[in-house]
Design a protein around this ligand. Sequence first.
Ligand SMILES: [Zn+2]
Length: 357
Amino acid sequence: MKNKAKLPQRLPERIVKCSLRMRNIAAHFGALCAAMLYCTGSLCAGPFLSEAKAEALAAKHGPCAIVILDAKDCDILYLYNPAAAVAGLYPPGSSIKPFSAALIYDNKNRYGDILQYVTCNGKARVGTEGHPVYNIRKDAGGYYVRCSLAQGHGRMDMHGAIVHSCNAWFLAQVKDAPEEFCEELCRSWGLNRDFARAYRGVPSRAAAALPHLPRTAAQLSVIGEGGAVRVSPLKLAQMYASLFTGKPMIVPHEEDTIMQESPLPASSAAQNRIYAALAETVTRGTLKTLRPAGANRLQILAGKTGSATKYMQKYKTHGWCALHLKDRNGEYVLVVFLEDGNGQKAAKLAGDIIEAL
Ligand SMILES: [Zn+2]
């Protein structure tokens, strides 16, 4: 077996699951049988893109990575640009908020009160020490970061803060114990350890918390900013698979063996509450404009967007979109990472992918 130690920057890995199954079936029953099954579609349970379609989408939207997992067992169904999808490390921005919310919900005494309303006027207050990685501003009231809605979201609780992606609510929750929060977020969701397996010779990476974290950077981790928390698109897809389904975190894989990484790092009560908010995000929140055109077999159940400041660049952002999809064959997690863009642009790419699947 050849071991691809070095992959080109962009290598469309189309139909991962199907090609593997096809090889297995071909080995047992012959290539003709495998080809017949493939052509009738009976071999491919999961959604996938053709190489030409993926390249056309990347040409339209810019450099990107795409991950599709089987939501129930983290089987890797499709990867586009594995160098970025598996080994890349990027700040998650607001796409981390559901995981932050789970930790806050399950530790009500240590962090904020999830039912406590925070009034968002568009400026989210942060600690008094500035941080070079993120765009922190200052006015007469002290240091702040802007919320996603310039005029503010008004009164927000946890549910609303997820649906509308309100920075002010999240930053207020962890202002008293930011270092502890950041450490616990990384520990519980496996953000500071790599996956146990490499993907086809590409070392699978999670993220790394920076040592000696400035307090403000630790506080910003609650909204996926500040440089402390970084993830690969595959890692984020794994986390969403667990949160969407309420099942343990499984190591993403393309073989048949399933390996649990950890139990779901959230109580079922937290998972239920957060899932309800992610479902409403699609109907009334930041993803309400996501309406793929034409008849489509895939149903969008829940999702979250994220815009994340590029590492060490204050004014440029990445875009993220994570979706829970369903068809008659199963449930899927689609994670889209856009090198240059924001959450809304990533959502547009996700819409185009769903139309093309
Ligand atoms: Zn807000």
